[in-house]
Design a protein. Structure first.
Length: 487
């Protein structure tokens, strides 16, 4: 997989406090071993699920994540960092281990998507790049998968390059949207970098540059007879655009070619219905209709439910920017740290807000399914070397709400429980090859199929259970009580 932006290979791509803390750990001789996890706090777009994306990009970036000579010179000129620490940074590489879910997996709040094991300094320095990559691509992949569901698992393309937040935003969004189900992108560089199909029609300027609309369509069809999609709303969709498109489309049909038309303004429901009637009446039954114009999943779902004859949807601004949600709520927290005796001890963050209180200790996420393979709940279980829990088929368990309150349920494991976190990097070295983008995309679609439709609806989706084992709950309560006794 291609690295999106060379700048993100620089270890300066981190929050400044990560570097000041790193010098503190180094100076105080506190560069102990630690474990961090990335979780997210609530679902974007008010939805019932999210899609984990960006792992391939992160792994590529971490492989080259280091301080260049120019980076070192910049830090030295600040006058804040000691020369000996600067020398230490010259040889910085990520040498820890990374566990993560499969990219494209359906995920839920409070469960770890990624676990990092390493020294405090390296865990701290990679925080920025990890959250930047995973948060943005997960947001866009989730948006794209929602569009895919809203379209009835139909065809849609991403063409938001012009409205994306900078070059990296456009490239990251194209990659993530493809994972989420887009059939292609308008971003040519993304096509080269990731092997995503590149798609496009024509601009209004093409039509306006010719003396007549039909002449513009004729010229385009002569050059691209196998990719002729005519933009028909430059002047008048029904009185001019579709009439010209039909005339040129008939010539293409005589050559054994098919054409398409695109609507980019007006009432999509009315216009697409009338355009379909006119195409069919002209014998162009195979001609396709593409619709765009500031679409999102809610608009598309409404149009699909009304029966519009649209074959392909084009989604731009509201895809690559996230639309209603500007950011994915991923955070990165330490959950275990080496103590004064050299033993790894669980730690947790306390908060007056229950959703901001973390779950201590390294954890595995187990997906619990019924005997037919339908997902029922995700369970967080302890996964430290000294205290690992295994969820086993046929056993009866009591699972608790992650807030450590009274809510719980009993369940007998009927389907094979699935551990979601897998080791991707061991001691700084990758563990095996990465899947292709097409494989990630296929996994995302297949994984979502294991969930009931109530979790996937746009309006008021059912809340999927994320629970903790009794052992993890007891550990959390023990740390809470210990903290309270010290106050």
């Amino acid at each position: 997989m291609a690295v999106i932006n060379n700048l993100s290979q620089s270890a300066l791509f981190t929050d400044f406090y990560s570097l000041t803390m790193a010098q503190g750990y180094w100076k105080q001789k506190q560069n102990r071993q630690a474990v961090f996890e990335m979780i997210f706090r609530w679902q974007p777009f008010g939805g019932g699920y999210a899609i984990f994306a960006g792992l391939g990009t992160l792994l590529d970036n971490l492989a080259s994540f280091s301080f260049s000579d120019e980076d070192i010179g910049y830090l030295k000129n600040m006058g804040l960092f000691q020369d000996a620490f600067i020398e230490y940074l010259k040889n910085f590489r990520f040498s820890g281990s990374l566990w993560a879910m499969d990219e494209g997996t359906v995920v839920f709040p409070q469960e770890p998507l990624i676990r990092i094991e390493g020294s405090l300094i390296e865990c701290q320095i990679i925080e920025g790049v990890l959250l930047n990559v995973i948060n943005f691509q997960s947001l866009i992949a989730t948006k794209a998968r929602r569009v895919w569901v809203a379209s009835g698992k139909g065809s849609f393309m991403e063409f938001g390059l012009r409205r994306a937040q900078g070059p990296d935003g456009a490239l990251s969004a194209a990659r993530a949207a493809y994972i989420g189900g887009a059939i292609g992108t308008s971003n040519t560089l993304a096509g080269k970098a990731f092997g995503i199909p590149v798609l496009g029609t024509m601009a209004h300027s093409w039509v306006m540059s010719f003396p007549a609309e039909e002449e513009a369509f004729n010229a385009y069809a002569e050059m691209y007879p196998d990719r002729a999609v005519f933009l028909i709303d430059t002047y008048d969709t029904l009185k001019s655009g579709i009439v010209s498109a039909i005339n040129v489309g008939k010539k293409l049909k005589a050559q054994g070619k098919n054409c398409g038309v695109r609507l980019d303004s007006g009432d999509i429901q009315y216009l697409s219905t009338e355009v379909r009637k006119m195409l069919d009446a002209a014998g162009l039954n195979e001609a396709t209709i593409t619709a765009s114009n500031d679409l999102d999943e809610s608009i598309i779902e409404t149009l699909v439910n009304s029966g519009v004859p649209v074959d392909v949807w084009g989604v731009g601004t509201r895809m690559v920017t996230g639309g209603d949600d500007a950011a994915f709520t991923g955070v990165y927290k330490m959950i275990s740290c080496e103590d004064a005796d050299g033993r790894m001890a669980p730690v947790m963050k306390f908060s007056d807000n229950p959703e901001k209180t973390t779950n201590p200790g390294p954890k595995q996420v187990w997906r619990i399914k019924d005997s037919q393979g339908a997902a029922l709940a995700d369970v967080l279980a302890l996964d430290s070397a000294a205290d690992a829990e295994i969820i086993e088929l046929g056993y009866r368990y009591r699972f608790w709400h992650p807030s450590a309150d009274y809510r719980h349920f009993y369940h007998i494991i009927e389907g094979e429980p699935q551990p979601l976190l897998k080791k991707r990097i061991a001691d700084g070295k990758p563990c095996g090859p990465q899947p292709s983008l097409d494989e990630i995309r296929a996994h995302s679609a297949a994984d979502l199929e294991t969930f009931d439709s109530t979790y996937k609806r746009l309006l008021n989706p059912h809340v999927y259970k994320v629970s903790v084992t009794e052992k993890l709950r007891d550990l959390k309560l023990e740390l809470i009580n210990s903290h309270l006794s010290d106050l």
